[in-house]
Write a protein that binds this ligand. Structure first.
Ligand code: HEC
Length: 149
């Protein structure tokens, strides 16, 4: 019994350490933290896509890679359906049979992988790659994230 508890503690510690940058303690807090990291990188990339800041290929690549890590961190943290009283905008549809939710995350990861592998050298090549990434956010939020209260 003692062994089991110890192993569980070790696993939990490892998961928490892996997502330390996401902050928070519950799974829900951690995934919201990871999603906030995602949007932080989106702001940097969106600024370049819209020409508000000069396109910088190294900065773009680094932001794409950081975002990929944050999305990969968030993906396994969507195991917990909303519990009464806990703050979350995740909709129950995520855990319903036939949900396309996980496919949506995988699509986002694939769009990021494509953009990273392309190493876009200029704004013209970056634009469509960024568009593919950005399109996945709205598509999923429409179905699976509740509106802000
Ligand atoms: C496959 C579905 C899916 C995709 C793709 C997705 N999100 Fe989310 N996102 C969610 C869900 C569900 C939540 C709500 C999590 C919660 O509250 O427990 C969320 C939460 C967030 C939050 C936190 C909002 C808050 O409550 O403060 C941000 C920011 C965010 N997403 C940004 C993005 C951005 C930017 C992208 C695209 C790069 C993206 N998301 C792609 C499903 C998705």
């Amino acid at each position: 019994m003692l062994k089991k508890i110890t192993l569980k503690t070790v696993l939990i510690t490892a998961v928490l350490a892996a997502s330390a940058t996401a902050g928070g303690h519950t799974e829900i807090e951690q995934r919201i933290g990871a999603m906030k990291a995602v949007v932080g990188e989106m702001r940097i990339l969106g600024g370049m896509a819209q020409g508000k800041v000069d396109y910088d290929n190294l900065a773009a690549l680094s932001a794409l890679e950081t975002m990929r890590n944050a999305v990969a961190t968030a993906q396994p943290l969507f195991g917990t359906p909303p519990v009464d009283g806990e703050e979350t905008r995740a909709m129950a549809a995520i855990w319903e049979d036939g949900s396309e939710f996980d496919a949506g995350i995988t699509t986002l990861l694939a769009a990021l992988d494509t953009a990273i592998a392309a190493e876009p050298a200029d704004l013209a090549s970056f634009g469509p790659l960024f568009g593919a990434v950005a399109g996945t956010c709205k598509a999923c939020h429409e179905n699976y994230r509740a509106p802000e209260e």
